[in-house]
Design a binder for this molecule. Sequence first.
Ligand SMILES: [Zn+2]
Length: 571
Amino acid sequence: MLKNLPSTTQALIAWTWPEIEPYYKDLESRSLTAANADEWLADWTRLDEMLDEMYSRLSVATSVNTADKEAEERLNKYLDTIFPSAMAAEQKLKEKLLASGLEPKGFEIPLRNMRAEADLFREANLPLLAEQQKFNLEYDKILGVQTVEWEGKEVTLTQLKTTFQEPDRARREKAWRLITERQLADRKAINDLWQKYMALRLKIAANADKPGFREYAWQQKLRFDYTSEDCKSFHRAIEEVVVPAARRIYERRRQALNLDSLRPWDLVDGWFSRPTEPPRLPALKPFQNIDELKGKTLAIFHNVDAQLGKYFDTMLAEGLTDLENRKNKAPGAFCTSFTSIRKPFIFVNAVGIHDDVQTTLHESGHAFHIFETARIRYIQQLSVPMEFAEVASMGMELLAAPYLTEFYTEADAARARIEHLERGILFWPFMAVVDAFQHWVYENPQDGSNPDQCDVKWGELWDRFIPGVDWTGLEEAKVTGWQRKLHIHQYPFYYVEYGLAQLGAVQVWDNALKDQVGAVTAYRKALSLGGMVTLPELFAAAGARFAFDAATLKKAVDLMEKVIGELEVKI
Ligand SMILES: [Zn+2]
C-alpha cells in the first residue's frame, strides 16, 4: 500500500517530482513474484492514477480559463519537471514486469502492447522523433499564417470558409477561389517539408529494423487485429457500396439547389462534405442557454438508458462538465478522465447551434466509457484502442438521435438527423482517399517522396472515391488536396480508425432499432471491458462485427439511406 498520497485535489495539483520519485523507487526496488504481483500492480495503478489525474486537472484548469497564468505555470512545470521523469520511471516498471515473466490474469493485452513498444524502442530514434515534432510545428506555422483580404479585412481561411454556408453562390465561389489561391501559394513550402518528413520517417523505420514506415507505424499504433490488406479491402468495399450512396446524396442536393453541377464551393467545407442548405431553411436553434442544453441532453440519455441517465446526472451534480463557450476558454471539445476517482470530465464550446448538441452527445459517449470501466482494477487495462473508443462516442450520437425531439420539432429533428447521416456516408469515401493515399506513399517511398507523383496519385484517388462533385478547371486545387490534410503530415496512418468505428457504431444503432434495451446492454457491456480484450472481441461484445467487407458496409449504408428517406417526408 502506498502511504501519504495527496488526499485532496489541491494537494494533488501541487505535487512535485521529489515527492513522487520515492514511490517509483519503492516499486522498482521491491521484488516482484506471483505472490505479490497483485499488490505491486495495484500500487503502480494507484500511483499512475494520481499522476494521470494530476495532468488532467492541470490541463482542464488551463482549458477552462486560458487567462489563468498560475494554472499555465503549473501545467508547464508538470510538463518540464514531472512528465519526462515519470515517463522514464514508468518505462523501468514496464521492463521490470516484462522481465518477471509473470502473466497476471486480464493482462494479456497490456503485456502484448508493452512488449511491442519495448521491441520498437530505439535510443537512436529519440532525436528523430523530436525532429518530427519540429516538422509538425513547421507545418502548423505554414497553415497558421494563411490569411486573405476579404471585404477590406484580413481574415483566416477558416473564418472565410463560413461563407460556404451562405446562399449567394457567386460569393461562395469568390471566397473559394481566394482561399485556394492562398493555399496554392504555399505549395512549394509544403512540398519541401513533405520531402523532409519522408526522409525522416524512412530513417526512423530503418532504425527500428522495419522494412518500411508502414510496418513501423502499424506496431507503434498497436494494430494487432488488422492488416494493411484489411484496410485495402475496406477501401474497395467503400468504393463499391458507399460511393454510389454518396453520389445519390450529392445528386439530391444538386437538384434541391437547382444547379447544373455541384462545384466545390457548393459544399459546406468547400471540399467533399455536405452540400450547402437551400436558402429557404433557417438555421436550427436547439437551445437558448446552457441549462437548457444540459436538461435536454439529460432527458435524452434517460430515454436511451436509465443508468446512462444516472451517469449524466452525476456529471451535472458534481461539476464534471463545462459546456458553454465564453471568453478565455480554449477552443474545441474533449473528454478527459479524473482517473483516481474514475470519473470523466467533458469540455465543449457551445454557442447555441446544432453541432453543440452533437458534440455534447459525442463527448458524453466517451464519458460513459469511463464510468463503465470504473471497476477495472489496473490502469494498464483501461487503455482502449481508438477503433473502439470512437464506437462509444459515435454510437452514442446514433443511439440518442431518435430523441432529438427533446430539442426540436419533428421536422427540425428530422433535418438534424438527415444532416448527421449524410455526413456519415460522405465521410467514408474521403477517409478512403486519405488512407489509400498513405498506403501508396509508404509502399512506394520513392514516388511517395516526390510531390508531383503525390499529386497524380491523390487526383486518381479523388476521381475514384469522390466522383459526385465537378472539379473541371480546378485540377490544380484538386490534386494538391493531400497537402491540406493535416493527418497525412502530422499523424501518419491515423484516420482509418474513424471509418472502422463508424461502421461499428451504425451496427450498434441497427441493433437498437430492433431492441433498444438489448443493444444498449451490449454496448455498455463492451464499454466495461476497457482494453482487456482484442478489437474483434470488443466489437462482438457490443453486438457488432469488426469488419472491412462490402456486405457489412452495405447493410450499414442501406440502413442509413433508408432512414434518411423516412426522415425526408417529415420535413
Ligand atoms: Zn471522439
